[in-house]
Write a protein that binds this ligand. Structure first.
Ligand code: C5P
Length: 234
């Protein structure tokens, strides 16, 4: 059993909405029910960085899903900018140079870096086509270990990978998992899904949930139900 406030912080609602107006409306509607939001590339390129800073200022936690990857100097400077915005989590691709640059740029900032190991849209054939000599399973494990060595705070992975990755990286890295569907929920385009309770039991620290909350007839009720499920998971 987890305290409900701790459980609330484990739910990260993905603001995958077309523009900041729609996102602001959703945040206002969810009110105190939700404490943590993910803002991804779509919304960022539609003015979402301002919203991210506003949310952080208003006391919400913000996960900026920017999946940074560039030369180390550029990554480091971008991370410094994000750290000044008050975000809580930032994603980078799990290339060793990129991860080390991001980690090294944090200074005393509380911003945490999460590494995206292998995009779940990639299978072994996609990796081979892109010139990799490892398949998905091996590359995820290799990069998870490299992330730990680089001092990165956590990993983004599917709930199915959580148990194995927890065993590999130990108890201290944060595991953040999308692909969550409450029992009986609409899968939409997600194929490998887990319920909130099962994902927590599998070792996830935070769950990223988009449409099951934002497209629900009653988003507050949907969020409250997921948080209750997280709190009761054991
Ligand atoms: O609406 P839904 O709950 O499927 O949204 C999940 C969120 O997590 C989206 O923002 C999606 O881009 C993100 N995500 C994902 N699968 C990954 C990585 C990120 O669904 N492997």
């Amino acid at each position: 059993m987890t305290d409900v406030n701790a459980a609330r912080d484990k739910l990260i609602v993905a603001l995958d909405l077309p523009d900041t107006r729609a996102a602001e409306k959703m945040v206002a509607r969810l009110g105190d029910a939700v404490s943590f939001y993910k803002i991804g590339m779509e919304l960022v390129y539609g003015g979402g960085l301002g919203l991210a800073a506003e949310l952080a200022k208003s006391g919400k936690k913000v996960f900026l899903d920017l999946k940074l990857h560039d030369i180390p100097n550029t990554v480091a400077r971008a991370v410094e900018q994000v750290a000044n915005m008050g975000a809580t989590f930032l994603t980078v691709h799990a290339y060793p140079q990129t991860m080390r640059a991001a980690r090294g740029a944090l200074g005393s900032s509380p911003l945490k870096i999460l590494a995206v190991t292998v995009m779940t849209s990639c299978d072994d054939a996609d990796l081979e086509e892109a010139g990799f000599r490892f398949g998905v399973k091996d590359l995820v494990a290799r990069r998870a270990t490299q992330a730990k060595d680089a001092g990165v705070h956590g990993l983004i992975l599917s709930a199915e990978e959580s148990r194995a990755m927890r065993a590999l990286v130990g108890p201290d890295m944060l595991l953040v998992t999308p692909g969550i569907r409450p029992a009986g929920g609409d899968l939409a385009d997600q194929k490998r899904v887990m319920t909130p309770a099962r994902a927590i039991v599998a070792g996830a620290d935070h769950l990223v949930v988009g449409r099951p909350v934002t497209q629900a007839p009653d988003p507050v009720a949907a969020a409250v139900a997921i948080i209750a499920e997280i709190a009761a998971a054991k």
